[in-house]
Design a protein around this ligand. Structure first.
Ligand code: C2O
Length: 573
């Protein structure tokens, strides 16, 4: 458990639950305790946000209201060239030394969404007409040309790729918080930032080819028909090609959305794993808006960790990045690393589908509110007013805010329909129900087990605090590993099966993945939280006294240390 530093005070007051409707209760976010900083310049350090998890966000609102501000855009005049590209490898001498975007003044105020007469309609990448592909290639070709003819044009291919690096690899401090990086991953900024990023990318492409209705395609990896690299990206002579990909994953290799299938090649099993992963991250594992969107992240807070991200960000989104990147590079460039991901044209088709998942999630029936409003967090403006800087299609630097991107149709685009078979892919129990007591005989138990490393598969007994229709969360605490390494492991509950790569079964609880990244300051450890309510239902163990947790390393397990495992109620009594 994290200990509290004396300068921090935990505020875990519970508000009166009777005053809330059940849908409000269901919508409580995952972060339960808040801290008030009494020193340290108002900086909220996540290490000190107790992950006791049981607590309520509720009463702490007073503190956030008083002290927190939304994340604001970087000061472009203060880009630290060392903050980025620190993983540049020797063969890439042709690349610029840093990912600082060109500096210019912003217009006052926020970007206003232009009026439009026709919706841009984003199509599925595996169904495109040759004409469309040609257009798309022309657009990327034009952007690549700018890299040569006018490297400072912010619409150039590399300049656009650098935007991603600039917001993820630490060239910028948060304004007013020296030494604290801006990071748009692993939090509720993830969906909005990438939506705006694609919005301008699409408009720039349209501008460069003179087609104001040009729409980015989406890589339809959630649909079995789209579960391979779309062919148009795999033609070596095409501007859409990128050599820095995993060459063993060229078509017809089937994608792995859960990253857990390093050694699976059976395409049918892979597709079943993928549909299960989609069901879980879109529906089964999601108990609140925050579960899907990601944890709050506000001004002055140290950059969030992988485990703070929303279910979809941590799941298929990360899976595709890692699956696509070239594993022969130390850092899995291009797609497998934040600083270089935007240099693969596939990135934008990938994120188009990530964005599509956000639009679909909003339409799924559920028991909680999907908006980040005051039922979800004390101060929704911490989210709504977070802002970023982008260059528009006319090279103007513009300031945009989260609130203005929450309805994609107002931004003038929509997605062509495609089947979503994962919606009904709730996992079932494949094996005969096992007696947890029998399983426990071969498992480790007691405090001495920790910290444990994942050089091999580990089985650990974890006591359950509640019974009946239990709504609990499995917490893997204080996970540490070398941030420059790709790391991944899977977690199963009461699993007697010896097939840890088959994820299409009810015992699969979830996975942990770390994309290699650079950090300027020492990182705090991660805490992985996996909702168990539906898993308990699926294998009918809500009434048991304990569960047996199996942790199966997939990539670089020997690098991982886990400080503790526990189960806590998701919403405290
Ligand atoms: Cu900004 Cu898919 O990452």
């Amino acid at each position: 458990m994290a200990s509290l530093q004396s300068s921090f005070m935990v505020v875990a007051t519970t508000s009166n639950p009777n005053l809330r409707t059940s849908s409000q209760l269901a919508s409580r976010p995952r972060r339960r305790f808040e801290v008030s900083c009494s020193s340290d310049g108002g900086r909220v350090d996540r290490r000190n946000m107790l992950f006791g998890l049981g607590g309520l966000y509720g009463a702490s609102g007073l503190i956030r209201k008083a002290e927190a501000l939304p994340i604001s855009p970087p000061d472009l005049s203060k880009c630290d060239p060392k903050g980025a590209y620190t993983v540049k490898n020797e063969e890439k001498k042709d690349l610029p030394d840093n990912c600082c975007p060109p500096y210019s003044d912003t217009k006052k105020g926020y970007y206003e969404l232009p009026t439009f007469t026709e919706m841009r309609r984003r199509p599925a990448a595996h169904n495109l007409t040759p004409d469309y592909i040609k257009k798309y290639e022309n657009a990327i070709q034009e952007m690549r040309k700018l890299d040569v003819t006018d490297p400072d044009d912010p619409r150039g291919f590399l300049q656009q790729a650098n935007i991603h690096c600039a917001y993820c690899n630490g060239p910028y401090d948060q304004v007013g918080h020296p030494g604290i990086d801006i990071q748009v991953h692993n939090s509720w900024l993830f969906f909005p930032f990438h939506r705006w990023y694609l919005y301008f990318y699409e408009r720039i492409m349209g501008e460069l080819i003179g087609d104001p209705n040009f729409a980015l395609p989406y890589w339809n990896w959630d649909n079995p028909d789209g579960m391979q690299m779309p062919l148009m990206f795999d033609r070596e002579e095409s501007p859409l090609y990128d050599i820095e990909r995993d060459q063993t994953h060229r078509p017809p290799a089937v994608v792995s959305l859960a990253l857990s299938a390093a050694s699976i090649t059976d395409p049918v099993q892979l597709k079943c794993n993928n549909l299960t992963q989609m069901y879980k991250e879109m529906i089964g594992d999601v108990e609140s808006a925050i579960d899907f969107m990601g944890d709050p992240y506000v001004d002055g807070e140290s950059p969030p960790k992988f485990s703070d991200g929303g279910s979809a960000e941590r799941g298929a989104h990360t899976g595709i990045h890692v699956w696509t990147g070239n594993p022969k590079n130390d850092f899995s460039e291009d797609m497998g690393n934040f600083y270089s991901a935007g240099r693969d044209p596939l990135f934008y088709a990938h994120h188009s589908n990530v964005d599509r998942m956000w639009t679909i999630w909003k339409t799924l029936p559920c028991a909680f509110t999907k908006d980040i409003n005051d039922q979800v967090v004390p101060n929704p403006d911490d989210f709504n007013n977070a802002s970023f800087l982008f260059y528009d299609e006319k090279k103007n630097l513009v300031r945009v805010k989260v609130a203005d991107c929450l309805e994609h149709t107002k931004m003038g685009y929509e997605y062509e329909d495609s089947p979503t078979p994962w919606k009904t892919y709730r996992p079932t129990q494949r094996q005969k129900p096992v007696n947890a007591k029998v399983l426990a005989k071969t498992a480790e138990t007691g405090g001495k087990v920790f910290p444990l490393t994942l050089a091999k598969t580990r089985k650990v007994v974890a006591p359950k605090p509640t019974k009946g229709k239990a709504d609990e969360v499995l917490v893997l605490e204080n996970i540490t590993s070398d941030s420059s390494k790709l790391v991944s492991f899977n977690v199963f509950v009461n699993d007697a099966d010896d097939t840890p790569q088959k994820l299409d079964r009810a015992e699969y609880a979830g996975c942990f993945t770390q994309i290699p990244h650079t950090v300027r300051a020492k990182e705090r450890p991660s805490n992985l939280r996996l909702n168990l309510r539906e898993l308990y239902e699926n294998i009918n163990i809500g009434d048991d006294d304990f569960i047996v947790v199996t942790i199966v390393p997939q990539v670089n397990g020997g690098e991982v240390t886990i400080g503790g495992i526990k189960i806590i109620p998701r919403v405290p009594a």
